[in-house]
Design a protein around this ligand. Structure first.
Ligand code: NDP
Length: 284
């Protein structure tokens, strides 16, 4: 049975991915942070699922998880590691706390690297005809930096760069690194991020956030199944692409923002967010 480690399976994409992989006959070692979630996952995924209780910022807990996985998979090694765990805590960079900013990097970047380093020996040992593979969950924000999610975008840009360096370094072991770049996906990440209207009431941007409820993003979002299909393609394809993008709309949210000169994109964002009245108010 091919074994895959997936981080952050308590909700959202990781939750869906763990279930799909288990249904497809994989042995899934999924990370959760609370014992109750471990029990829930065991109940809904069945015996193919093994919970790993860890926070991706905790290297001691990760080392214990490696020992546990190694005891289970033995000489067969690990078919895949999916670094899916992540946070998005929106806010204007000019006033966001350094702690909130740094937490994005601790979890979204260093957390993923912690997992890669710890599980690399088991990935190298994979006996499925090729070494195991790493799939890193980036985002459209790994390529395009929209305002008010700057910390998240910076961390996902860093994850993209880290994945490229790692992929090139791991060529010597044959361990491939694949990046997934989803657009807006229907998961609880948006409910968790929905507080922007109440968190920055003292900032100059408060009028912009007044009616923003990020949880509304779920209404027109893509289903989790779209991402899980791409992750599985990344894990199993004979010749996977280095990145799989899943933008909401190819032309306007993916191609154009990356092709347009930065100053033009700035102007379009200025207009779309109706920054002009706020600018005038702040001048007076
Ligand atoms: P969710 O909030 O539903 O899931 C995030 C998962 O990460 C949860 O299981 C959470 O666990 C876990 N997690 C958070 N912090 C840590 C930590 N320190 N250690 C271990 N696990 C942790 O969000 P999504 O499913 O939407 O997000 C999954 C990934 O997909 C993220 O990397 C996100 O950036 C990315 N993504 C999501 C998009 C979207 O629109 N939803 C779009 C593009 C990318 P817990 O329950 O304990 O907090």
């Amino acid at each position: 049975m091919k074994a895959v480690v997936v981080t952050g399976v308590s909700t959202g994409i990781g939750h869906g991915l763990a279930h799909t992989l288990c249904q497809e006959g994989y042995r899934v070692f999924g990370t959760v942070r609370h014992p109750g979630q471990a029990e829930d996952m065991r109940g809904s995924c069945g015996t193919n699922f093994v919970p790993l209780l860890l926070d991706v910022t905790d290297r001691d807990a990760i080392a214990k998880a490696v020992a546990m996985v190694e005891a289970e998979v033995g000489p067969h090694g690990l078919f895949g590691l999916v670094n899916n765990a992540g946070i998005c805590d929106p806010g204007p960079l000019s006033v966001q706390s350094p702690e909130a900013f740094a937490r994005h990097f601790d979890i979204n970047v260093t957390g993923a690297l912690n997992m890669c380093q710890a599980f690399l020996p088991l990935l190298r040992r994979c006996d499925a005809g090729r070494p195991g593979r790493i799939v890193n969950m980036s985002s459209m924000s790994g390529k395009i930096a929209y305002p008010f999610i700057g910390a998240y975008a910076a961390s996902k840009h860093a994850l993209e760069a880290m994945s490229d360096s790692l992929r090139r370094e791991l060529l010597v072991y044959g361990v491939d690194v694949v990046v997934i770049e989803p657009g807006t996906i229907d998961t609880p990440i948006w409910d968790k991020a929905g507080h922007i209207s109440t968190s920055f009431t003292d900032s100059d941007y408060a009028p912009l956030f007044q009616y923003v409820n990020l949880a509304d993003n779920r209404k027109n979002a893509q289903p989790v199944s779209k991402v899980t299909a791409k992750v599985i393609e990344g894990l199993t394809a004979a010749r996977p692409r280095a990145r799989y993008a899943l933008p909401d709309k190819w032309l306007i949210y993916w191609m154009l923002p990356r092709l347009l000169p930065d100053r033009i994109l700035d102007r379009l964002i200025d207009r779309a967010l109706k920054l002009s009245p706020l600018r005038e108010k702040l001048k007076s």
